[in-house]
Design a protein around this ligand. Sequence first.
Ligand code: GLN
Length: 430
Amino acid sequence: MQPVIPDYLTEILGDVKSDTSGEPAGYIPELAAADPERLGVAFAMVDGQVYGVGDIDVEFTIQSISKPFTYALALADRGFDPVLAKVGVEPSGEAFNEISLESNTGRPLNPMINAGAITVHSLAGAEDLNSTERVERVVHGLSAFAGRRLTMDEAVCASEMEHAHRNLAIAHMLRSHNILTEDPRAVVDGYTRQCSVLVTTRDLAMMAATLANHGVNPLSGEQVVPEPVVRQVLSVMFSCGMYDAAGDWATQVGIPAKSGVAGGLIGALPGQIGIATFSPRLDSHGNSVRGVSLFERLSSDMGLHVMEVPATASAVVRSNHVVGSGPNALRVFQLQGGIGFAGAERIVREAVDTSPAEVRVVLDLTRVHSIDDVARRVLLEVARRLTLDGHEVYLVDPESIVPNPDPGDGGRVIVVDNVDQAMIPPHRVA
Ligand code: GLN
């Protein structure tokens, strides 16, 4: 059988190819000279499988797509409080290079606009690093997200520095508010180097997949940043990643995303996929025109909007039946799928409504593939209350979905591998 996904990607690239609206970034000659016809799209699944069509192995500068990743590094290196004290998390609704800071504190509104990103660069790595070491920390971290060692485009970097008047103005303003504590020029230089890191569409998809995969790079298996950091970064990408187009993006596409002026665009769908597109012509917000179209199309064709309502939790209780008869009868609640809070609530209700007459009650997790923390606690509380009501509670859990179950205070569960084992009186279970 031929794989399905590359054909689909070829089809959607074909549909946007003829759109030549927008212009490549023109503020430095190196970017203005980009081949505007370049076009690529790549998917990286959270298990490392990559699908790509078009120019997915052409290198270009990462630019602002470095911002969420450097934010992740700063949060991981310094902790949340020191970073949040200097950079907010409020959407600004302004252009990426707007010279705006929170009026009372001087804090940049968020890490996705330049003021925030320049500050965040200064917070990557340990406090005592010099500027060269800090850049190395950032490049090393971006490389860990990509799963390969990334290099820098020195020509773009030098040219950006020659034209960095606006970013320098922002940095001086940040310095005057003591948000930056170092030489503003050195920080802008480091930030510009960060923006000049070369990536391919394939790399970007893998970087996004690392976010989608709770911070673990699907290729190397490395935990690049801790999970709470990933949640913070994805939230900020969702609300602020597309600058002044963030609201349109959140409603129409609904995927945490980040764009860069060289034409890259990434999206990370938690638990599922990292997506990247590349096409250098930009719209008035500085977002890739064909990239935005591709994401709109992908989101609606594939139901990728994060607010898409998931399959209903009512299916969690697959069946509720009695096995055997007489004093050995078992009341079996056969559960299935992934269980979160709403699924756990269904289980509680089923147990309460049934009010089992049988002494032995079985919670069968054989068909459950995942259970989150709150659902696990609710399930164990169900087991505890059943015990207190005089029941003998069995947990059928052959894959140890709930390892070392402890229902606490007066509760007791007997773990078995299948329902048949619960038919044997407990003293005979091995
Ligand atoms: N290097 C660019 C800047 O700071 C990056 C901006 C972007 O990609 N939006 O101006």
